[in-house]
Design a protein around this ligand. Structure first.
Ligand SMILES: [Zn+2]
Length: 417
């Protein structure tokens, strides 16, 4: 029964946080059972001056792109051909996949990301490898191989009659594993999928009660090609047609949607995975934040590694702030924290993301500068100071999954073949 003493900062709702400058947090069997001001009782670990936060939630990240961060000069479709697809083809080798998966899991833990929605490569064995690494590390995640059966390199093409049974088998093995891991159904995007593949994928998700995720309206040329290919009035209608737009579906990017598409996203309670750093780096455009907020559309934030440039959610939340500013919309830092923790978790169906009695202890301890003493100063340092050190410690359900003092930097854990 660890009793922790720390400074605590946790979201209460989308506009307020709870800041306790000297707090006690009690964890029993992986859950938070007490939180309040320090009362003088004996403690197991004094984390001060570190600040204890809920772990971050990454709504969109590509595991097989771990080694190509920084390669994403746009535009999107050229980058996929030039850098992404050749790298993803290497994941046909299960040993390569396992090596990268260990670095990937270490990167997540060291960034303080305790829950993530992960796109793997097309290869079922690579998905097994990343599940194994996430399980070994003890992280919470929802993972699926990307489904691609047309208009992509031959080595990345897997027809529906092979891909969907392999996905079902993956679900038999990993879905519900440790109560932390789940399988997701991920047709990569309409450009790489036949209608038959997407219909089958949507059906499998429904039959197995799995979440669905894909890319939507990232670039204008992609929207145009998708609508031409599927003879569709707009991009969202392609996914609607195959039964993929509902409250357990997560759409990455959503930059170039029409008002009608936004209204239908809201009516379906579909989730937006906002990837502002990736949108900037590839030059894809800005996700219209007000379109989401005005309609109360569920939102979470994604790094979109490797089009995004960091595993660290605060870097992405900082980009989300900049994206808002460019639209004349100044976001409250408390809203950003909400999106990256409790709000993001709730959008993705996880009852985590806050330090509250009754929730799983998915926590991180972070450093802030010694002069940060008020709620405003602490939030500013956590969200906007890009020179912050790696997260000091990370826990998932009360188990420590990262300790900066005893582990090497994730880059240096790469095992040279
Ligand atoms: Zn993506």
């Amino acid at each position: 029964m660890p009793v922790l003493r720390a400074r605590v900062c946790t979201p209460k709702n989308s506009t307020t946080v709870r800041w306790i400058p000297d707090a006690i947090v009690v964890i029993e069997e992986g859950r938070i059972t007490e939180l309040g001001p320090f009362d003088g009782r004996p403690i197991d670990e004094d984390l001060r001056p570190s600040v204890l936060l809920p772990g971050f939630v990454d709504a969109h990240i590509h595991f097989p792109q771990t080694r190509i961060v920084g390669s994403a000069t746009g535009p999107l479709l050229e980058w996929l051909d030039r850098a992404t697809f050749p790298e993803e083809a290497r994941f046909a080798d299960p040993q390569h996949a396992a090596r990268v998966a260990r670095v990937f899991a270490a990167n997540l833990a060291s960034a303080g990301t305790t829950s993530s929605l992960v796109y793997s490569s097309v290869h079922p064995q690579a998905a097994h490898a990343v599940f194994q690494a996430l399980s070994d590390r003890g992280l919470r995640a929802r993972v699926g191989p990307v489904l691609m059966d047309i208009r992509c390199p031959d080595e990345l093409m897997l027809p529906a009659d092979r891909a969907l049974p392999a996905l079902a088998e993956l679900a038999d093995t990993w879905h519900g594993h440790n109560d932390l891991l789940e399988v997701a159904v991920i047709p990569r995007f309409a450009l790489c999928c036949t209608e038959q593949m997407m219909t089958g994928a949507g059906q499998l998700a429904q039959d197995r009660n799995l979440w669905v995720s894909t890319h939507l309206s990232e670039t204008q040329i992609e929207c145009q090609i998708a609508c031409d290919l599927f003879d569709a009035p707009d991009y969202l209608s392609i996914y609607e047609r195959v039964g993929m737009v509902h409250e357990r579906s997560v759409y990455a990017h959503c930059i170039h949607l029409s008002d009608s598409e936004w209204d239908r996203m809201a009516a379906a309670k579909a989730v937006v995975a906002h990837c502002p750093d990736s949108n900037d780096f590839l030059g894809s455009g800005g996700m219209p934040v007000r379109a989401v907020q005005d309609r109360n559309i569920p939102l979470a934030v994604g790094t979109d590694i490797a089009a995004g440039r960091s595993f660290r959610l605060p870097q992405i939340l900082s980009s989300a702030y900049d994206n808002g500013l460019r639209q004349g919309h100044t976001l409250n830092p408390r809203t950003l924290l909400w999106w990256g923790t409790r709000g993001g978790a709730q959008s993705l169906g996880w009852d985590t993301g806050a330090i509250e009695v009754g929730l799983d202890a998915d926590l991180i301890a972070v450093d802030v500068p010694p002069w940060a003493e008020t709620e405003e100063q602490v939030l500013a340092a956590i969200l906007f100071d890009k020179d912050a050190p790696l997260v000091r410690k990370t826990w998932v359900r009360g188990e420590q999954v990262w300790d900066r003092d005893t582990e090497i930097h994730p880059w240096n854990s790469w095992e040279t073949p």
